[in-house]
Design a protein around this ligand. Structure first.
Ligand SMILES: [Zn+2]
Length: 233
């Protein structure tokens, strides 16, 4: 392949704080990537083990439920594999330990494209969303050079170079993905997160369609998702 050329089959790694962030924000784009023949992997930093109002569920049980929901949701989108780091929900910080863990997965999965939160979105309140955005971008930079986290190379894992980063929930989107053919898949995938959305599937579908229509309309698209895309060389 020519240097800088885009491969026909790209590997894409989505990094999320909780096992639903990507499906809710970018599920139509994930399904579109898969339809185009690309290979998508998900890394969930927490398993959303505090995400309930039900006082009878333990964090351990919730981890089980939410990982199973994510496996089902991502299967509906055609995702190849899900990985879970199992940090505690709500306690993430963009520290060196987390950076190293994400770096290790980047070096193993070797994605052409990363997809994660825009950590610079103003008024982004959720600490896990901010932390994962920052830690993932920092990990992509670290993954390129052999003197960063050299213990990973001693484990037989080589450096890896990410070529583009899709930021969802972006403050300043510059890329609109047409999800007209995949919005039904996005809705299907989202509906697997039963512990998070309850049984108001119809209301949820209407809101998803309305939001995607509002994003697509100014671009002449029936339904769209918007991203800020960073290109690295
Ligand atoms: Zn989240």
């Amino acid at each position: 392949m020519e240097p800088g050329a885009v491969p026909d089959r790209k590997v894409i790694l989505g990094v999320q704080a909780h096992p639903d962030d990507i499906d809710f924000s970018s599920g139509g784009t994930i399904a579109a990537f898969v339809k185009q023949g690309h290979e998508v992997h998900y890394l969930s930093v927490t398993s959303g083990n505090k995400g309930t109002h039900d006082r009878s569920i333990t964090p351990e049980k919730l981890t089980e439920i939410r990982e199973a929901e994510e496996r089902e949701a991502s299967r509906r989108l055609g995702v190849t594999a899900c990985y879970f780091l199992r940090w505690n929900d709500g306690e993430l910080e963009p520290n060196l330990t987390l950076r190293a863990q994400i770096c290790r997965v980047i070096r193993q999965v070797r994605p052409h494209t990363l997809l994660t939160f825009d950590p610079w979105r103003p008024y982004q309140l959720h600490p896990d969303h901010r932390a994962v955005g920052i830690a993932t971008l920092d990990a992509a930079i670290a993954a390129r050079d052999h003197l960063f986290f050299p213990e990973q190379l001693r484990d037989g894992i080589d450096i890896a170079r990410v070529h583009e980063i899709y930021l969802f929930g972006a403050a300043e989107p510059d890329t609109w993905v047409d999800i007209s053919d995949t919005i039904a898949m996005k809705i299907q995938a989202a509906s697997a997160h039963v512990s998070q959305i309850g049984d108001d599937l119809t209301g949820r579908e209407e809101r998803t369609r309305a939001r995607s229509r509002a994003i697509g309309e100014p671009r002449g698209l029936a339904y769209a998702e918007a991203f800020k895309v960073l290109h690295l060389n």
